[in-house]
Design a protein around this ligand. Structure first.
Ligand SMILES: O=C(O)CCC(=O)C(=O)O
Ligand SMILES: [Fe+2]
Length: 336
């Protein structure tokens, strides 16, 4: 079990043994090429049909894309970054007040991925918290740095608007009514994860986040513009998604894969670390309400393409997800 945060301030000369991946699973940092994932301009004066087409292509070919003119100001994203940095730079004793390794906690600081289940740990600390409905959760968020609640409430509200806009376009791109996915998510829950990857003594032996698929419906990721680290599996090869100024990374999660009956896939991705620079990323996850029933849309099933997945509640999905480790494979496979 990883008892301590990697952001404790202690500088390791060597990577501790329980972070070392077996040779065959290491990141092969020198072999990675970069990939231009589709960049979609969300300027509302653009032609809607064209926009829907771009979304369809991006979701079916990549499962990942970047968006610009997304409606969230550079000031707002900058502040979220700064707040995340300040939080992880707090003294370790102060941060540990928020630490828990119980995945059911709605606000917690954690380390690695699922320390209780995994064999090898990852070079990452994270703050994970729910943000909708805001009034229900905001009081439990960290009170240091002082502007945390203010900055993060604004950002999470803006991301929700963006998320629904994208879900509308994704619904239409599947030939469904614009509000189809939003309706199925049933008052969608939303949480955020601030990822902090300190400089790592031996980055070629471990990951910041190992290969995984997001269990969300949709993820909106704010990536560090200075320090790259995100990689996506595309046609069997790991490729780097390099940060673009003023853009956000969007990816399809497991719930849309199920709803779309596999037309859009939740894609494997991971984060690597480096030896000289800390890296921060902030994920916002739009998910179904706990009791929402997820099933392939009737319009997308037929005699020739029957439903691939059985109906399940999001609550059931989450329980299964957290009872396993990401090393155990794709959770959605268990719902066929
Ligand atoms: O740090 C990154 O770029 C990836 C983060 C991520 O995949 C996640 O939080 O689910
Ligand atoms: Fe992810």
């Amino acid at each position: 079990m990883a008892e301590t945060l990697v952001s404790s301030g202690f500088r390791f000369d060597k990577l501790p043994e329980n972070y070392i991946r077996p040779e065959s699973e290491r990141p092969r940092l020198s072999e990675i090429e970069s990939l231009k994932v589709p960049l979609i301009d969300l300027d509302s004066s653009n032609n809607r049909d064209e926009f829907i087409c771009q979304i369809r292509d991006a979701c079916s070919d990549f499962g990942f894309f970047q968006v610009t003119n997304h409606g969230i100001s550079a000031e707002s994203t900058q502040k979220v970054f700064e707040i995340s940095r300040e939080f992880f730079h707090l003294p370790v004793e102060e941060k540990m007040r928020y630490y828990s390794n119980d995945p059911s906690q709605k606000m917690r600081l954690g380390t690695s991925v699922n320390v209780m289940k995994e064999k090898v740990h990852s070079w990452r600390d994270y703050l994970r918290f729910y943000c909708h409905p805001l009034e229900e959760f905001v009081n439990d968020w960290p009170s240091t740095p002082q502007s945390f609640k203010n900055v993060v409430s604004n950002y999470s509200t803006e991301v929700r608007v963006l998320g629904f806009k994208l879900l509308g376009a994704i619904s239409e791109s599947l030939g469904l009514e614009r509000n189809y996915i939003e309706r199925v998510l049933g008052g969608a829950s939303q949480h955020m994860v601030m990822n902090y990857y300190p400089p790592c003594p031996e980055p070629d032996l471990t990951y910041g986040l190992p290969s995984h698929k997001d269990l969300s419906a949709l993820t909106v990721l704010l990536q560090d513009h200075q320090v790259a680290g995100l990689q996506v599996l595309k046609d069997g090869e790991w490729v780097a998604v390099n940060p673009q100024p003023n853009s956000l990374v969007v990816n399809i999660g497991d719930q849309i894969q199920a709803l779309s009956n596999g037309r859009y896939k939740s894609v494997l991705h991971r984060a690597i670390v480096n030896s000289s620079k800390e890296r921060i990323s902030v994920g916002s996850f739009l998910c179904p309400a706990n009791d929402a029933v997820i099933a392939p849309a009737k319009e997308l099933t037929s005699e020739e393409s029957p439903a691939i997945y059985r109906n399940f509640t999001y609550d059931e999905f989450c329980k299964k997800f957290w009872s396993r480790s990401v090393e155990d494979g794709h959770c959605l496979e268990l719902f066929k």
